[in-house]
Design a protein around this ligand. Structure first.
Ligand code: ZN
Length: 82
């Protein structure tokens, strides 16, 4: 039964997803996701930082926001739509 492997793979994925709390990449389905933080490249916004979620597999990124919470939320929304 080929389907059995597929089910096990999915179960494994759900387990990993629940660890990071993020849905799999909408483009490649990878659950190797990282939260990236970069400083805003503007002198007048020194205190601000961008946060976004990046897929470690295909290197696509989610929308960036000043709050990681918001960036994560947007990633989830995007992954659900795909
Ligand atoms: Zn990906």
């Amino acid at each position: 039964m080929a389907d059995q492997n597929e089910l096990e793979k999915q179960a494994e994925q759900v387990k990993k997803v629940s660890k990071t709390g993020l849905l799999p990449c909408p483009f490649c389905g990878s659950i190797e996701l990282s939260g990236i933080t970069i400083p805003v490249p503007r002198a007048d916004e020194k205190e601000k930082k961008f946060h976004f979620i990046q897929c470690e597999h295909c290197f696509c990124t989610g929308p960036n926001r000043f709050e990681m919470k918001e960036a994560r939320h947007l990633w989830q929304t995007r992954a659900e739509e795909a």
